[in-house]
Write a protein that binds this ligand. Structure first.
Ligand code: SF4
Length: 284
């Protein structure tokens, strides 16, 4: 269930503050049925196996986290490569040869990425958990990195997907916008800029939020959280079986190919082809 916290609102009337993560909101927006299976159904339906591209992304995130936790004088590109090796997992890869090829790729990405950072660079926070009231919700989640530039905080999100990124990806990212708003409250500093750092191409896609653009994301998050709460409340009601299908409709599309719950969803299987677990790896 979405977490709910009571707070005293106007005239002492308790208002519900719904606790949500960007991952929950985006799962709901992508497919309410998938949301139900991921967060509500008990016993939880068995998920599909690992995806190689997700494994690769997790390894790079873990290696960079470990890198920035080192004392500054030990942070070298060679050490970063070693950390990729140490964090490596082969879940979802076709075989050891394919896994080794992608491990070398990831080592090169991380080597080149840290080589391009200023010599004296130190982030403000790494893998920082934030949780703060944002409008009618409590936004929370783990931020890959928080930097400081020109006296302001910057939200940094690592990307390892096969496609490059557009400015709209940074501008419209609900996760980045919510993190910016939550970081402002948690660290009590200005935070307008959000950045996507795409390791395979070494590019940074940035957006400087305004009060208006953040308001738009907050409203979107509140609307999605409201929909989730309404559907969840309906599921908790006496005639739960009747509403389970209706309140959590399937939303089919290409994403059904890599949905964790595809095995439990006939409509999704009909809507998109089955993919091998390494099909979403890039070539570069
Ligand atoms: S397979 Fe598609 S329609 Fe079915 S739950 Fe997953 S995302 Fe939704």
């Amino acid at each position: 269930m979405v977490g709910v916290q009571q707070q005293l609102g106007l005239e002492g009337i308790p208002d519900k503050l719904v606790r949500v993560t960007p991952a929950r909101l985006s799962t709901w927006a992508g497919c309410p049925r998938r949301y139900r299976m991921a967060y509500l159904d008990r016993p939880a339906p068995k998920r599909g196996g690992a995806w190689a591209n997700a494994t690769l992304g997790a390894v790079v995130h873990n290696a960079l986290k470990a890198y920035f936790e080192l004392p500054r004088d030990q942070r070298t590109p060679q050490r970063a490569e070693l950390l990729v090796h140490r964090c490596w997992k082969s879940d979802g890869f076709a075989d050891s040869e394919q896994a080794a090829e992608h491990r070398r790729r990831a080592q090169r990405w991380v080597h080149d990425y840290v080589s391009a950072l200023p010599a004296d660079f130190t982030p403000v926070a790494v893998e920082r958990w934030v949780s703060a009231p944002v409008g009618e919700i409590i936004a929370e989640g783990r931020v890959d990195r928080v930097d400081e530039r020109d006296g302001e905080l910057v939200i940094v999100d690592y990307k390892t997907g096969r496609h490059g990124l557009r400015v709209d990806d940074a501008k419209n990212s609900l996760a980045l916008g919510l993190y910016a708003m939550a970081v402002r409250k948690t660290l009590r500093r200005r935070c307008n800029r959000v950045e996507l750092h795409h390791l395979p191409t070494g590019t940074v896609t940035a957006w400087d939020h305004t009060a208006e653009s953040l308001d738009g994301l907050r409203e979107r998050a509140e609307r999605l959280a409201g929909e989730i709460q309404e559907a969840t409340d309906a599921l908790d009601s006496a005639n739960a079986n009747d509403v389970a299908e209706e309140a959590f409709p399937v939303r089919t599309g290409p994403h059904c190919s890599w949905c964790d719950f595809r095995a439990h969803c006939t409509r999704g299987q009909q809507a998109a082809p089955d993919l091998r677990p390494w099909a979403l790896l890039g070539d570069g």
